[in-house]
Design a protein around this ligand. Structure first.
Ligand code: ADP
Ligand code: MG
Length: 574
């Protein structure tokens, strides 16, 4: 339970809880004693004054006990909720620093369950522990002491009951523990199906796979349900069994105690108090066992949370980052090779090139040739397996990631927008961008026209996942988001693919004056997009097949000729 170290900020509250519970336990142990006094001296002695006096005293003590108990619950909830909140934010910020590899290793669905459900499990256990951990042993031990002092011989009954109780608890616990662990895995599975069903809803509909997905969900759902039912059946057995044992104990105490009362060895009030003490002892044993029920479940969750917290991101900042002196945006690849983690085939092999400031470098190649990978390397989403990448003469691994990425305007292949207004989405690129800058970026990105047709123009809301704008509109907004940054390096990953030829051409000519001070890398499929670039890199299966201008490559590069020929045939090249 290494997670418990996150409780340390709440030391003071926890101490308060312990004090409160201590007082509550004392009061609940003292009450039966007072009661026996009332019965033996007041009722049997026909002494009204004693009854009233002791009764009032009992009332005061039970009120104090009640107040302590309420206050302890309040603080326990506060501490455990705060603990949960801290843990969630720890997990979230850790995941934010993960590289793409680590995220895919644990899995998005599992990361979500771990941040929500698993943390709730641990949080509940903490709450329970805070209230029970002090209370149960205190009342159990206190109860035993009080019982023995009340009547030592009758206390032998307790010695008889406790083993029975222990056996009952352990046999139930053992069976439930395993099931709890499998339950958490099944929640993950259900989550995964649900996520895929929701994000892929269009595909599912169009392929008429609704029934299939329903079945897949049912399987996962029923699987989880049957395990939960099994667990709950076992849990349900627990309470009646405990009550049975407790009631039998009461009968036993009344039986043996009655004989002692009959023979005058024990006052009747003491017998009543004794019954209460035994109840308290058994109840606290029960509480501890209830809590131990939660422990296996919560510790399964704790392990999963720890896994997230203790997976160190592969890509970290250097200990003493170098501050670059020049800021131009010069990119150099020096014999860079890269394998995705676990992949046998290199995604990039011996790639070397230089992209100068004020120039456009285009990258063309078939799908899977490593174009996106190449851009990811520059943004340091992954580190090169061999070779190095320099920006302004500095190895990117020697820079702070934040400094590195501040230089870039990256437009991903899959345009991603966030829920919020169009303005907010564009300010993602530069938080302090003025209205003027936003408008200008949208003009260049050819987005102004469709934005002005939206009901609230720049304040129009983008729905979650950007589903209320088209693919091409999304692309243009994400281009504007990169433009507003005015970065030294532009990375366009196939960002013009969803645009028609006219918009594509208009955008590229509007772009030209914008990027005079920057190095621009454009990944594209269409020859028309790359034709007028200063240099074109032709990629095939991660290898550079040729570097040069359009005319040069037409003469010398066979791979480029093939691409051009295949597009000419479709009438796309012109
Ligand atoms: P392109 O953008 O040119 O279509 P990519 O750079 O996306 O190609 O992919 C290059 C190669 O790397 C492909 O063979 C692809 O299967 C592989 N690849 C891409 N992303 C990953 C990943 N996250 N893990 C493992 N392999 C990957
Ligand atoms: Mg790609």
């Amino acid at each position: 339970m290494r997670l418990l170290r996150y409780l340390s900020p709440y030391r003071l509250s926890i101490f308060t809880i312990i004090v409160l519970i201590f007082l509550q336990s004392l009061s609940s142990l003292y009450l039966p004693h007072l009661m026996s006094q009332i019965v033996d001296n007041g009722v049997l002695g026909h002494d009204m004054a004693t009854i009233v006096q002791l009764g009032a005293f009992m009332l005061v003590i039970s009120i104090v006990g009640g107040v302590c108990s309420i206050a302890a619950s309040y603080f326990a909830s506060k501490v455990s909720m705060g603990f949960g909140r801290d843990l969630r934010s720890k997990v979230f910020s850790r995941v934010e620093h993960y590289t793409l590899h680590e995220i895919s290793t644990i899995g998005t669905a599992s990361l979500i369950t771990r941040t929500t459900n698993d943390i709730t499990q641990v949080q509940q256990l903490v709450n329970m522990m805070l209230r029970m951990m002090v209370m149960a042993p205190l009342t159990a031990i206190g109860g035993i002491i009080m019982a023995v002092t009340t009547d030592a011989r009758l206390s032998l009954v307790i010695v008889g009951i406790l083993p029975v109780l222990a056996i009952a608890i352990f046999s139930i616990l053992g069976r439930a523990t395993k099931l709890f662990k499998t339950m958490q895995v099944k929640i993950d599975a259900l989550n995964c199906v649900l996520r895929e069903g929701l994000t892929g809803v269009r595909v599912i509909r169009s392929f008429n796979h609704g029934a299939f997905e329903n079945k897949r969900f049912d399987v996962a759902n029923l699987d989880l349900t049957s395990t939960s039912i099994q667990v709950n059946k076992i849990m349900a057995l627990m309470f009646p069994l405990m009550m049975l044992i407790i009631n039998f104990s009461t009968v036993a105490i009344v039986w043996f105690g009655g004989q002692r009362v009959g023979s005058g060895q024990m006052p009747i009030g003491s017998l009543m108090a004794f019954i209460q003490y035994v109840m308290q002892i058994l109840f606290s044993v029960m509480m501890v066992s209830m809590m131990s029920f939660m422990i296996p479940r919560a510790s399964a969750s704790a392990v999963r949370i720890n896994e997230v917290l203790e997976t160190a991101p592969e890509i970290t900042d250097p200990l003493d980052p170098i501050e670059e002196r020049i800021d131009e945006g010069l990119i150099e690849f020096q014999d860079v090779s890269f394998y995705y983690p676990g992949a046998e085939q290199a995604a990039l092999q011996h790639v070397s090139f230089t992209a100068h400031t004020g120039e456009v470098t285009a990258i063309i190649g078939g799908t899977g040739s490593g174009k996106s990978t190449l851009l990811h390397m520059i943004a340091r989403f992954y580190d090169a397996t061999k070779g190095q990448i320099l920006i302004d003469g500095l190895d990117i691994r020697a820079m702070k990631q934040e400094r590195l990425r501040a230089k870039m305007g990256y437009v991903p292949q899959q345009a991603v927008l966030f829920s919020g207004s169009i303005k907010e989405n564009i300010r993602y690129g530069k938080a302090e961008a003025t209205e003027e800058e936003i408008r200008h970026a949208c003009d260049v990105a050819q987005a102004t026209e469709f934005i002005s047709q939206m009901p609230d123009t720049f304040d129009a809301e983008i729905s979650q996942g950007g589903t209320n704008v088209s693919g091409g509109q999304k692309q243009r907004l994400s281009i504007a988001r990169a433009l507003v940054r005015r970065p030294r390096i532009y990375l366009f990953d196939d960002s013009f693919s969803a645009l028609d030829f006219k918009t594509d051409a208009a955008l590229r000519s509007a772009l030209k004056p914008e990027i005079l001070q920057s190095a621009v890398l454009i990944v594209a499929q269409r020859v028309s997009t790359v034709m007028d670039a200063d240099q074109i890199i032709v990629l095939d299966e991660g290898k550079v097949e040729g570097i040069g201008t359009h005319d040069m490559l037409l003469q010398t590069c066979k791979a480029y000729q093939e691409i051009v020929a295949s597009q000419l045939a479709k009438g796309e090249s012109a």
